[in-house]
Design a protein around this ligand. Structure first.
Ligand SMILES: Nc1nc2c(c(=O)[nH]1)N[C@H]1C(S)=C(S)[C@@H](COP(=O)(O)O)O[C@H]1N2
Ligand SMILES: [Mo]
Length: 249
């Protein structure tokens, strides 16, 4: 007899498969795993949500971002002429001793690009999608956001909980994004310092940008100057102009 799965079981299996499929299950510490599982229960498996099957913000941000992996491509498929779009916050000269300010609760410190390059490097070739109606297969590389969090032991508010959001800004504060933590800890979310195997160009966010394949392009902040965890929803450049805050794909 064919086994009938409840929607809860289906979602759970999808989540588990997604992580195992990417080969990172073992890299995610138990605390995060436990947290991801418990947030499933609390947020998108509650009875009212299941009943209405509404595509509300929670569902978009948690279910889609966390359980699904963006399709990946071969290097040979990656675009050589990568499109450029948006230069807000990229105008000022680059500091020579570029540092990223990181804040997680009481813990405040700075990291350099070399600090991040010392961590495991991850390539990703995926279809970058801009909400203005274009997309491209692009090849980026850098450190997984979750690897950076684990390395510096940041993001956790207390023993049980992660902060709900991560806010990021350009050094001049002119472009800024807020991202739900489930999408930030997604195994395909990367702090990128390379494009097509070379250091980032200025227009693409040198020396460090976000690449977050589960979101539209406007969340992939170029030239990261500040990374800050918080429970309050961080301000977001395009959301304040009326675009969807979560921008999930
Ligand atoms: N600092 C900064 N980051 C930004 C933007 C911007 O204007 N300033 N535009 C966003 C938008 S709308 C898109 S589609 C992508 C484009 O990245 P690209 O120029 O590397 O194609 O960057 C995003 N990140
Ligand atoms: Mo965009």
């Amino acid at each position: 007899m064919k086994e009938e799965l409840t929607s809860e079981q289906q979602i759970r299996r999808k989540t588990i498969k997604a992580f195992i499929g990417f080969g990172v299950a073992s890299l995610i510490p138990f605390s995060f795993w436990k947290w991801i599982k418990s947030s499933d229960k609390l947020d998108y498996l509650s009875a009212p949500l299941r009943k209405t099957l509404e595509f509300n913000e929670k569902l978009t941000s948690k279910l889609l971002s966390n359980s699904h992996l963006a399709p990946i491509f071969q290097k040979s498929q990656a675009e050589r002429k990568v499109r450029f779009n948006g230069a807000v916050g990229l105008q000022s000269p680059l500091e020579e001793d570029y540092k990223i300010k990181v804040e997680s609760g009481e813990n405040k410190f700075e990291v350099t690009i070399n600090d991040l390059k010392a961590l495991p490097k991850q390539d990703i070739i995926f279809e970058f999608k801009c909400i203005e109606g274009w997309s491209q297969i692009q090849h980026w590389a850098g450190v997984r956001f979750i690897d950076m969090m684990n390395h510096y032991k940041i993001g956790q508010k207390d023993a049980e909980n992660l902060f709900k959001y991560v806010g990021m800004e350009t050094p001049d504060g002119l472009y800024f994004v807020g991202i739900d933590t489930p999408s930030v800890v997604h195994p395909q979310t990367i702090l990128a310092y390379e494009m097509n195997g070379k250091p980032l160009l200025k227009k693409h966010g040198s020396p460090l940008r976000l690449i977050i394949p589960v979101k539209y392009g406007y969340k992939s902040l170029k030239r990261i100057g500040v990374i800050k965890f918080s429970d309050e929803r961080p301000k977001d450049y395009w959301a304040s102009l009326g675009y969807d805050y979560f921008a999930g794909l």
